[in-house]
Design a protein around this ligand. Structure first.
Ligand code: CP
Ligand code: NVA
Length: 306
Protein backbone atom coordinates (compact mmCIF):
# COMPACT_ATOMS: atom_id res chain seq x y z
CA UNK A 1 0.00 0.00 0.00
CA UNK A 2 1.23 3.51 -0.75
CA UNK A 3 2.30 5.70 2.16
CA UNK A 4 1.89 9.47 2.37
CA UNK A 5 3.54 12.09 4.56
CA UNK A 6 0.81 14.54 5.55
CA UNK A 7 1.65 15.38 9.19
CA UNK A 8 4.35 14.53 11.73
CA UNK A 9 1.62 13.17 13.98
CA UNK A 10 1.03 10.12 11.78
CA UNK A 11 4.68 9.01 12.14
CA UNK A 12 5.93 6.73 14.91
CA UNK A 13 9.16 7.42 16.74
CA UNK A 14 10.68 4.52 14.74
CA UNK A 15 9.56 6.14 11.46
CA UNK A 16 11.24 9.39 12.51
CA UNK A 17 14.43 7.63 13.60
CA UNK A 18 14.53 5.80 10.27
CA UNK A 19 14.18 9.06 8.32
CA UNK A 20 16.94 10.69 10.40
CA UNK A 21 19.24 7.70 9.95
CA UNK A 22 18.73 7.63 6.17
CA UNK A 23 19.25 11.41 6.08
CA UNK A 24 22.67 11.00 7.71
CA UNK A 25 23.66 8.26 5.25
CA UNK A 26 22.50 10.25 2.22
CA UNK A 27 24.25 13.39 3.47
CA UNK A 28 27.51 11.49 3.79
CA UNK A 29 27.16 10.03 0.29
CA UNK A 30 26.47 13.48 -1.13
CA UNK A 31 29.47 15.01 0.66
CA UNK A 32 31.66 12.32 -0.96
CA UNK A 33 29.88 12.88 -4.28
CA UNK A 34 29.14 9.16 -4.34
CA UNK A 35 26.49 8.47 -6.98
CA UNK A 36 23.38 6.89 -5.47
CA UNK A 37 20.38 6.57 -7.76
CA UNK A 38 17.58 4.42 -6.31
CA UNK A 39 14.88 6.49 -8.08
CA UNK A 40 16.06 6.12 -11.70
CA UNK A 41 13.12 6.56 -14.06
CA UNK A 42 10.86 8.01 -11.34
CA UNK A 43 9.16 11.39 -11.50
CA UNK A 44 8.09 13.68 -8.67
CA UNK A 45 5.23 16.06 -9.39
CA UNK A 46 5.49 19.28 -7.39
CA UNK A 47 2.16 21.08 -7.05
CA UNK A 48 2.67 24.52 -5.47
CA UNK A 49 -0.06 27.07 -4.68
CA UNK A 50 2.41 29.17 -2.67
CA UNK A 51 5.93 30.52 -3.16
CA UNK A 52 8.97 28.51 -2.09
CA UNK A 53 12.75 28.59 -2.25
CA UNK A 54 14.01 25.84 0.08
CA UNK A 55 11.26 23.27 -0.30
CA UNK A 56 11.10 23.56 -4.06
CA UNK A 57 14.84 23.55 -4.69
CA UNK A 58 15.70 20.86 -2.13
CA UNK A 59 13.11 18.44 -3.53
CA UNK A 60 13.93 19.24 -7.14
CA UNK A 61 17.70 18.89 -6.70
CA UNK A 62 17.13 15.93 -4.39
CA UNK A 63 15.20 13.87 -6.90
CA UNK A 64 17.81 14.58 -9.60
CA UNK A 65 20.55 13.39 -7.26
CA UNK A 66 18.57 10.19 -6.62
CA UNK A 67 18.34 9.52 -10.36
CA UNK A 68 14.78 10.74 -10.95
CA UNK A 69 13.25 13.92 -12.27
CA UNK A 70 10.75 16.56 -11.19
CA UNK A 71 7.90 18.44 -12.83
CA UNK A 72 6.90 21.75 -11.27
CA UNK A 73 3.13 22.29 -11.40
CA UNK A 74 1.10 25.35 -10.45
CA UNK A 75 -2.66 25.94 -10.50
CA UNK A 76 -2.09 28.89 -12.86
CA UNK A 77 -0.84 26.49 -15.54
CA UNK A 78 -3.12 23.56 -14.85
CA UNK A 79 -6.78 22.86 -15.47
CA UNK A 80 -7.35 22.67 -11.71
CA UNK A 81 -6.97 26.47 -11.79
CA UNK A 82 -9.92 26.57 -14.18
CA UNK A 83 -12.14 24.33 -12.11
CA UNK A 84 -11.08 20.74 -12.80
CA UNK A 85 -11.67 18.79 -9.58
CA UNK A 86 -8.96 17.68 -7.17
CA UNK A 87 -10.29 14.15 -7.56
CA UNK A 88 -9.82 14.06 -11.35
CA UNK A 89 -6.50 15.87 -11.16
CA UNK A 90 -5.19 13.45 -8.55
CA UNK A 91 -6.36 10.35 -10.42
CA UNK A 92 -4.87 11.52 -13.71
CA UNK A 93 -1.54 12.54 -12.15
CA UNK A 94 -1.30 9.07 -10.62
CA UNK A 95 -1.09 7.64 -14.16
CA UNK A 96 2.00 9.72 -15.00
CA UNK A 97 4.10 10.34 -11.92
CA UNK A 98 5.48 8.34 -8.98
CA UNK A 99 5.10 10.82 -6.13
CA UNK A 100 3.42 14.18 -5.52
CA UNK A 101 4.72 17.00 -3.35
CA UNK A 102 1.96 19.48 -2.48
CA UNK A 103 2.22 23.01 -1.04
CA UNK A 104 -1.21 24.50 -0.46
CA UNK A 105 -3.25 26.74 1.77
CA UNK A 106 -5.73 24.26 3.20
CA UNK A 107 -4.61 21.00 4.81
CA UNK A 108 -7.77 19.49 3.32
CA UNK A 109 -6.38 19.96 -0.21
CA UNK A 110 -3.33 17.85 0.51
CA UNK A 111 -5.50 15.27 2.27
CA UNK A 112 -7.85 15.12 -0.71
CA UNK A 113 -4.89 14.72 -3.06
CA UNK A 114 -3.71 11.82 -0.91
CA UNK A 115 -7.17 10.27 -0.85
CA UNK A 116 -7.59 10.24 -4.62
CA UNK A 117 -4.04 9.44 -5.79
CA UNK A 118 -2.54 5.98 -5.92
CA UNK A 119 0.98 7.43 -5.43
CA UNK A 120 2.64 8.81 -2.27
CA UNK A 121 1.71 12.40 -1.43
CA UNK A 122 4.12 14.57 0.57
CA UNK A 123 2.98 17.70 2.40
CA UNK A 124 5.35 20.52 1.42
CA UNK A 125 3.56 23.01 3.74
CA UNK A 126 -0.04 23.96 4.37
CA UNK A 127 -1.55 26.68 6.56
CA UNK A 128 -1.45 24.25 9.50
CA UNK A 129 1.46 21.85 8.97
CA UNK A 130 5.05 21.75 7.70
CA UNK A 131 6.22 18.18 8.38
CA UNK A 132 9.23 18.14 6.00
CA UNK A 133 10.66 21.20 7.74
CA UNK A 134 10.40 19.68 11.17
CA UNK A 135 11.82 16.28 10.20
CA UNK A 136 14.80 18.08 8.74
CA UNK A 137 15.09 20.25 11.86
CA UNK A 138 15.13 17.19 14.12
CA UNK A 139 18.03 15.88 12.03
CA UNK A 140 19.85 19.21 12.40
CA UNK A 141 19.30 19.30 16.16
CA UNK A 142 20.65 15.77 16.52
CA UNK A 143 23.62 16.62 14.32
CA UNK A 144 24.47 19.67 16.43
CA UNK A 145 23.64 18.37 19.90
CA UNK A 146 24.35 14.65 19.49
CA UNK A 147 20.95 13.72 20.89
CA UNK A 148 17.29 14.71 20.99
CA UNK A 149 16.02 13.22 24.24
CA UNK A 150 15.96 15.62 27.15
CA UNK A 151 16.75 18.82 25.24
CA UNK A 152 14.76 21.99 25.85
CA UNK A 153 13.51 23.84 22.79
CA UNK A 154 12.00 27.29 23.10
CA UNK A 155 9.83 28.50 20.24
CA UNK A 156 9.13 32.24 20.13
CA UNK A 157 6.33 33.82 18.10
CA UNK A 158 3.40 32.69 16.02
CA UNK A 159 1.59 29.40 16.73
CA UNK A 160 1.62 28.62 13.01
CA UNK A 161 2.21 25.65 10.68
CA UNK A 162 5.86 25.32 11.75
CA UNK A 163 4.94 25.51 15.45
CA UNK A 164 2.20 22.88 15.04
CA UNK A 165 4.52 20.40 13.35
CA UNK A 166 7.25 21.18 15.87
CA UNK A 167 4.91 20.34 18.74
CA UNK A 168 4.01 17.04 17.08
CA UNK A 169 7.65 16.16 16.40
CA UNK A 170 9.20 17.24 19.71
CA UNK A 171 6.82 15.11 21.77
CA UNK A 172 7.69 12.00 19.78
CA UNK A 173 11.44 12.27 20.23
CA UNK A 174 11.61 13.46 23.84
CA UNK A 175 12.34 17.16 23.32
CA UNK A 176 10.78 19.42 25.95
CA UNK A 177 9.03 22.44 24.50
CA UNK A 178 8.35 25.92 25.86
CA UNK A 179 6.48 28.16 23.47
CA UNK A 180 6.01 31.88 23.94
CA UNK A 181 3.12 33.20 21.84
CA UNK A 182 1.07 36.38 22.22
CA UNK A 183 -2.48 35.91 23.44
CA UNK A 184 -4.67 34.93 20.47
CA UNK A 185 -1.82 33.40 18.48
CA UNK A 186 -1.44 30.00 20.13
CA UNK A 187 -0.86 26.87 18.03
CA UNK A 188 -3.77 24.65 16.99
CA UNK A 189 -5.90 23.75 20.03
CA UNK A 190 -6.26 20.04 19.21
CA UNK A 191 -2.54 19.62 18.59
CA UNK A 192 -1.73 21.35 21.89
CA UNK A 193 -4.25 19.24 23.80
CA UNK A 194 -2.82 16.03 22.41
CA UNK A 195 0.77 17.11 23.05
CA UNK A 196 -0.03 18.04 26.64
CA UNK A 197 -1.72 14.69 27.24
CA UNK A 198 1.32 12.85 25.83
CA UNK A 199 3.72 15.04 27.82
CA UNK A 200 1.75 14.26 30.96
CA UNK A 201 2.28 10.53 30.42
CA UNK A 202 5.94 10.63 29.44
CA UNK A 203 9.10 12.46 30.33
CA UNK A 204 8.67 15.34 27.92
CA UNK A 205 7.53 18.76 28.87
CA UNK A 206 5.23 21.07 26.93
CA UNK A 207 4.00 24.51 27.93
CA UNK A 208 2.72 27.69 26.31
CA UNK A 209 3.73 30.92 28.03
CA UNK A 210 3.20 34.60 27.30
CA UNK A 211 6.65 35.69 28.54
CA UNK A 212 9.44 35.04 25.99
CA UNK A 213 12.23 35.47 28.57
CA UNK A 214 10.69 32.90 30.86
CA UNK A 215 10.23 30.46 27.97
CA UNK A 216 13.86 30.89 26.89
CA UNK A 217 15.38 30.20 30.33
CA UNK A 218 17.93 27.39 30.04
CA UNK A 219 16.95 26.50 26.46
CA UNK A 220 19.26 24.35 24.32
CA UNK A 221 17.52 25.56 21.16
CA UNK A 222 15.79 28.83 20.30
CA UNK A 223 13.48 28.66 17.28
CA UNK A 224 11.36 31.26 15.55
CA UNK A 225 9.43 31.87 12.34
CA UNK A 226 7.81 34.85 10.63
CA UNK A 227 5.03 36.78 12.34
CA UNK A 228 2.83 36.77 9.24
CA UNK A 229 2.82 33.60 7.15
CA UNK A 230 1.95 33.25 3.48
CA UNK A 231 -1.73 34.03 3.11
CA UNK A 232 -1.77 36.39 6.12
CA UNK A 233 -0.40 39.44 4.31
CA UNK A 234 -3.49 41.52 5.10
CA UNK A 235 -2.94 40.98 8.86
CA UNK A 236 0.62 42.24 8.71
CA UNK A 237 0.12 45.58 10.51
CA UNK A 238 -1.96 44.04 13.28
CA UNK A 239 0.57 41.26 13.73
CA UNK A 240 3.54 43.63 13.84
CA UNK A 241 1.96 45.19 16.93
CA UNK A 242 0.92 41.94 18.61
CA UNK A 243 4.32 40.29 18.17
CA UNK A 244 6.57 43.27 18.95
CA UNK A 245 8.10 41.74 22.07
CA UNK A 246 8.32 38.20 20.63
CA UNK A 247 11.72 38.55 19.04
CA UNK A 248 14.92 36.51 19.25
CA UNK A 249 17.48 39.17 20.17
CA UNK A 250 20.67 39.32 22.20
CA UNK A 251 18.83 39.53 25.53
CA UNK A 252 16.81 36.43 24.76
CA UNK A 253 19.88 34.48 23.63
CA UNK A 254 21.62 35.38 26.91
CA UNK A 255 18.70 33.88 28.85
CA UNK A 256 19.22 30.50 27.18
CA UNK A 257 22.11 28.07 27.73
CA UNK A 258 25.60 29.37 26.77
CA UNK A 259 25.79 26.80 23.95
CA UNK A 260 22.25 27.46 22.66
CA UNK A 261 21.65 27.02 18.93
CA UNK A 262 19.37 29.47 17.13
CA UNK A 263 17.11 28.09 14.40
CA UNK A 264 14.77 29.66 11.85
CA UNK A 265 13.06 27.75 9.04
CA UNK A 266 13.57 30.81 6.76
CA UNK A 267 12.65 33.07 5.02
CA UNK A 268 13.44 35.50 7.87
CA UNK A 269 12.22 39.03 8.41
CA UNK A 270 15.26 40.55 10.12
CA UNK A 271 14.36 43.14 12.69
CA UNK A 272 11.00 41.49 13.27
CA UNK A 273 11.05 37.94 14.69
CA UNK A 274 14.87 37.87 14.84
CA UNK A 275 17.59 40.53 14.87
CA UNK A 276 20.24 40.76 12.21
CA UNK A 277 22.87 40.43 14.94
CA UNK A 278 21.50 37.09 16.17
CA UNK A 279 20.82 35.50 12.80
CA UNK A 280 24.39 36.36 11.72
CA UNK A 281 25.84 35.57 15.17
CA UNK A 282 27.77 32.58 16.50
CA UNK A 283 24.73 30.71 17.85
CA UNK A 284 22.85 30.76 14.56
CA UNK A 285 22.83 27.56 12.50
CA UNK A 286 20.20 28.63 9.96
CA UNK A 287 22.27 27.84 6.86
CA UNK A 288 23.16 24.32 8.01
CA UNK A 289 19.48 23.96 8.87
CA UNK A 290 18.50 25.00 5.35
CA UNK A 291 21.07 22.69 3.76
CA UNK A 292 19.74 19.71 5.66
CA UNK A 293 16.39 20.15 3.94
CA UNK A 294 18.06 18.63 0.87
CA UNK A 295 19.34 15.54 2.65
CA UNK A 296 16.09 14.99 4.54
CA UNK A 297 13.87 15.41 1.48
CA UNK A 298 16.00 12.79 -0.27
CA UNK A 299 15.49 10.37 2.62
CA UNK A 300 11.74 10.96 2.53
CA UNK A 301 11.57 10.36 -1.24
CA UNK A 302 13.78 7.28 -0.99
CA UNK A 303 11.53 5.79 1.69
CA UNK A 304 8.17 6.68 0.09
CA UNK A 305 9.01 6.36 -3.61
CA UNK A 306 11.75 3.70 -3.60
N1 CP B 1 11.46 26.81 5.08
C1 CP B 1 10.79 26.71 3.91
O1 CP B 1 9.91 25.87 3.73
O2 CP B 1 11.20 27.60 2.97
P1 CP B 1 10.50 27.87 1.55
O3 CP B 1 9.20 28.55 1.80
O4 CP B 1 11.49 28.71 0.83
O5 CP B 1 10.28 26.53 0.89
N1 NVA C 1 5.11 30.02 8.51
C1 NVA C 1 5.73 30.32 7.25
C2 NVA C 1 6.71 29.26 6.90
C3 NVA C 1 7.43 29.47 5.59
C4 NVA C 1 8.39 28.36 5.30
C5 NVA C 1 4.65 30.45 6.18
O1 NVA C 1 3.74 29.62 6.16
O2 NVA C 1 4.72 31.37 5.38
Amino acid sequence: MKKDLLTVEELTREDIENILERTGILKEKQKKREPYCPLIGKTLGMFFEKASTRTRVSFEVGIYQLGGQAIFLTPQDMQIGRGESIEDTARVLSRYIDGLLVRTFSQKTVEDMARYTTIPVINGLTDTHHPCQILSDLFTIKEKKGRLDGLKLCYIGDGNNVANSLIEGAGKVGIGLSLACPDGYDPDGDIVKKAKATAGKGRTHMEILRDPLKAAEGADILYTDVWASMGQESEREKRLKAFRSYQINRGLVETAKPDVIVMHCLPAHRGEEITDEVIEGKHSIVLDQAENRLHTQKAIMEILMG
